[in-house]
Design a binder for this molecule. Structure first.
Ligand SMILES: NC(=O)c1ccc[n+]([C@@H]2O[C@H](COP(=O)([O-])OP(=O)(O)OC[C@H]3O[C@@H](n4cnc5c(N)ncnc54)[C@H](O)[C@@H]3O)[C@@H](O)[C@H]2O)c1
Length: 288
């Protein structure tokens, strides 16, 4: 049995993050109910979990029995009333405050007063989301990284209103999942992205000033600092439009110049050079 008291879990959204999070929670021995808006994304989410688990079996990381029991613990629904009685809700729907607040408000009416509501938002203010919900002291951020079944880090985000006891329970829950929690204040970018965005912006500005070639910048930071991936290759992986949007949002929220997107980012987005997914980025051309 899990040590954490957060035993019955619901995940909202069965997309990229929701499917990974549901898999991780189910693999910890908990039953998970996943809420989607329609049947089609429910089917897609289930297939995505199956593929991840099948890959694990092929690589010898888990047995067929473990795969089957993990899958059996995940139940999809489009009916919000199926969430009655859960202890913890992890919201991983579309990154829009109105969508998240409307859904979490409806869920708050169904789950008990003691349930903890956690959002996996990357860039929205957890404090703002909490302010729109009936029990803001029970709201926090649980920021998983992509792909959730692989990445060990989870940021436990303390909104201004979050009760200390809720943070303590979420930290224990994340440890119970076999992940490594870090506790962090609700600030744009939380911890990892807050420190990553200015670094990437500096690199782009230096590259635009012809400091060195894209390849040499990446090689220097990989070999000189022991990073596994150079910053320009990382930007191509994240998506240049995705980084630009995130750093622009952080700039808008703080007016802190370290988040101001360098002009080259907007030019690359306008040209359709979005990184790997578009076939062209800082590090040249990619197979699409
Ligand atoms: N993708 C990443 O790398 C990443 C990493 C960390 C955090 N996040 C955050 O996680 C959240 C989800 O991102 P994603 O990449 O999984 O998005 P996604 O588009 O892959 O999945 C979102 C899912 O939410 C569902 N949804 C939308 N409205 C709904 C509603 N009202 N009720 C039920 N389901 C609804 C959609 O059908 C979709 O399946 C976002 O807040 C994002 O910022 C994403």
């Amino acid at each position: 049995m899990p040590d954490s008291d957060l035993a019955r879990v619901a995940v909202l959204g069965f997309g990229t993050m929701g499917s990974g999070i549901a898999q991780v929670v189910a693999a910890s021995g908990r039953d998970v109910v996943v809420l989607e808006s329609e049947a089609e994304p429910l089917g897609r989410g289930t297939r995505s979990v199956e593929q991840m688990l099948d890959g694990g079996v092929r690589r010898g990381k888990l047995t067929e029995a473990e795969r089957d029991s993990t899958l059996a613990r995940i139940r999809g629904t489009t009916d919000v009333s199926a969430l009655a009685g859960v202890d913890l809700v992890i919201e991983a729907v579309t990154e829009r405050q109105d969508v998240k607040v409307d859904l979490l408000g409806a869920v708050a009416d169904v789950v008990g007063d003691d349930a903890v509501l956690a959002t996996n938002t990357s860039a929205l203010s957890v404090t703002d989301i909490a302010a729109h919900l009936p029990r803001p002291e029970r709201v926090a951020g649980l920021h998983f990284f992509n792909p959730a079944p692989v990445m060990r880090l989870v940021e436990v985000v303390r909104a201004l209103q979050t009760e200390p006891d809720v943070v303590t329970r979420l930290v224990a829950f994340v440890e119970d999942l076999g992940k490594d929690p870090v506790e962090v204040k609700d600030r744009p970018g939380f911890l990892v992205n807050r420190l990553l965005m200015p670094y990437l912006n500096d690199v782009v500005a230096e590259y635009d000033d012809d400091l060195a070639s894209a390849e040499d910048i990446d090689t220097a930071l990989e070999l000189g600092l022991g990073y596994r991936l150079g910053p320009l290759a990382l930007l191509d992986l994240i998506g240049i439009d995705v980084h630009r949007h995130a750093t622009q949002s952080a700039y808008d929220a703080t007016l802190d110049p370290q988040f101001a997107p360098p002009p080259l980012l907007a030019q690359m987005v306008a040209a359709g050079y979005l990184g790997r997914k578009s076939g062209r980025g800082f590090r040249g051309k990619y197979e699409k």
